[in-house]
Design a binder for this molecule. Structure first.
Ligand SMILES: NC(=O)c1ccc[n+]([C@@H]2O[C@H](COP(=O)([O-])OP(=O)(O)OC[C@H]3O[C@@H](n4cnc5c(N)ncnc54)[C@H](OP(=O)(O)O)[C@@H]3O)[C@@H](O)[C@H]2O)c1
Length: 307
């Protein structure tokens, strides 16, 4: 019997690489849709697409068990009007292309898991947001709102739909954690701005397990916050990271310095300064077993242990 196929659109990046490894280990045939396909030795098949036009790649979805869509221009760039348009278009266009592809399938995928982000809630202050909370305000909320609206509009009646609103992802080999670790080691890891803004983080291992469960278990459908149940303020988060890396103190980084540093690094200060206080209410209700429910254990695993 042929192995079940999983198609990961935008699967060449940070999260997609971890998912490709995990689903391959679980016996699936993994196909990645990418703008730059290359030959691989690990059994994963990379197939060309442009992220918006349904063409030859659409046949990969016919008879597939699942499609996971992670596509999107990286949010870690200056949020100029031009970049905001590109951030939105890369997400909405890919959702629309996959919807068209599924509509043309003889055997549509059983499930479509769509990435979104907790930026959906906007700046939450210290209000704890569960999945039932409405869309917030601001650029990130608008991007996520358009992304999720396109997914809701996708008419794929034979395919179960799941949205994962992903939090601040902590991993060894990508994303913001390695950068924060370097700053802390050089005594530049103080709290950012007033430090009271929340960070809703998640360890990569738990995020991967959320994708596995939602792909394999039909009882999961609808929107889920993909965060650990341990949102922390920026001051608490940076304090825990300093403790882990044996740097007891660093001077706070005032807001103007965060803005200047972000500009110099080609990043966006909002990502450090806005508050995201979220709870994984639906995963907790489903008795999801977090491997890393608290920050201390997550940072010890990622910063001190070898992979
Ligand atoms: N990492 C996080 O902490 C986090 C948090 C919340 C939400 N998310 C969301 O989760 C998804 C995956 O995150 P990630 O960290 O794995 O992102 P990533 O490493 O940046 O990967 C995203 C992939 O999207 C594709 N892509 C980028 N720009 C594109 C464009 N203009 N048109 C078409 N494809 C494009 C790229 O694939 P090719 O270049 O191979 O085509 C890239 O590998 C993203 O949508 C992200 O917004 C991530």
């Amino acid at each position: 019997m042929n192995p079940k196929r999983i198609v990961i659109a935008g699967g060449s990046g940070f999260i997609g690489s971890a998912l490709a490894r995990k689903f391959t280990q679980r016996g699936y045939a993994v196909v990645i849709l990418t703008r730059s396909p290359r030959a691989r030795q690990d059994g994963v098949n990379e197939v060309a697409w442009d992220g918006r036009t349904p063409d030859a790649w659409t046949e990969q979805l016919d008879g597939a068990e699942a499609v996971i869509n992670l596509t999107g221009k990286n949010i870690n760039c200056p949020h100029t009007p031009q970049n905001l348009l590109a951030l939105t278009a890369s997400r909405v266009d890919s959702v629309n292309a996959i919807a068209t592809a599924i509509a043309g399938c003889k055997t549509p995928p059983s499930v479509w898991i769509q990435a979104s982000a907790i930026g959906f809630y906007g700046d939450t202050g210290d209000k704890l947001c569960a999945e039932s909370e409405p869309k917030g305000v601001g650029a990130l909320a608008e991007i996520c709102g358009a992304w999720e609206a396109a997914f809701s509009a996708a008419n794929v009646p034979e395919t179960r739909k799941v949205t994962l609103r992903i939090g601040f992802m902590l991993g060894r080999d990508g994303g913001a954690l390695p950068i924060l670790c370097r700053l802390v080691k050089f005594y530049l890891g103080g709290e950012a701005g007033h430090g009271r803004q929340y960070i809703s983080w998640i360890h990569l291992a738990d995020l991967v397990q959320m994708f596995v469960l939602t792909a394999e278990q039909p009882r999961f459908f609808g929107v889920f916050n993909a965060v650990a149940p341990d949102a922390m303020t920026n001051a608490e988060f940076m304090g825990e990271l300093r403790k882990t890396l044996h740097r007891p103190w660093s001077p706070p980084v005032p807001e103007f310095a965060v803005r200047l540093g972000s500009r110099l690094m080609g990043s966006e200060a909002t990502l450090m300064l806005m508050s995201s206080c979220c709870t994984p209410e639906r995963f907790l209700a489903s008795e999801f077993k977090f491997q890393f429910p608290n920050l201390k254990a997550a940072l010890t695993d990622l910063c001190l242990k070898n992979s």
